[in-house]
Design a protein around this ligand. Sequence first.
Ligand SMILES: [Zn+2]
Length: 162
Amino acid sequence: MAKDKQPKPKGVPNKHLHARTTFLYQAATYLTLRAGEPSGLALQLASDLHAVSRKGQVRLSSELKRSVCKTCYAVLIPGRTATQTLENESKQGKKPWADVLVLACTVCGTKKRFPVGAKRPKKKSERTCGLPAPRMSEKSSDGHHSAVSNSQPTPDQESSLM
Ligand SMILES: [Zn+2]
């Protein structure tokens, strides 16, 4: 029965699920904006949206995930269904990288917190390529020994960082 499986179609996998989650999100946002508050239908649509992503194993975009309350599924619209405040718990707020954006759902009070001042930690690949090659560190600080017996500069010393 399962032997005659068709080859997977190319392109975006689960395209129909992406279309469905996008539609559900847009419909829930539209209904919330129109009513000024999350109506029962809007909450149902956003709840369906999460169900579709969970069961279909579709990853929702971070932007979409951030704008839906994970407790009551209200679409979080700052000024309508959510309040937006900036927190800074460093001493006297002196550290700008400690800024945290707090998005509070006005329906159920659940808060989402996003660090906004801090830089995202670099990926591993980005971190390692910036370091000098290990053999470069053996070189003394003055570096005059590079122009000794060879009239031509060794190309690999300069190009090793490329
Ligand atoms: Zn909520």
